[in-house]
Design a protein. Structure first.
Length: 72
């Protein structure tokens, strides 16, 4: 399943790159991209585990950018 999500308060391109790299390491994620310019995230992950994977993505992203919110 591929979803495009809005981000709020993503502060820098470096943080976006770190988030993208961390998300791609999560088991079940086929692909991910995080754009600082558009404040959007695209995630392609397993259908059956998508909600579980999204919770892990949110946890990982908060470690990198605590103020950033993912509108899921």
């Amino acid at each position: 399943m591929k979803k495009r999500l809005n981000l709020t308060d993503l502060d820098c391109a470096n943080c976006a790159a770190k988030m993208e790299a961390a998300i791609r390491k999560i088991p079940g994620v086929q692909d991910a991209s995080v754009s600082f310019m558009t404040q959007k995230m695209t995630v392609d992950a397993e259908d059956g585990r998508f909600d579980e994977i999204m919770q892990e993505i949110i946890r990982v992203c908060r470690k990198i950018e605590p103020d950033c919110r993912i509108q899921y």
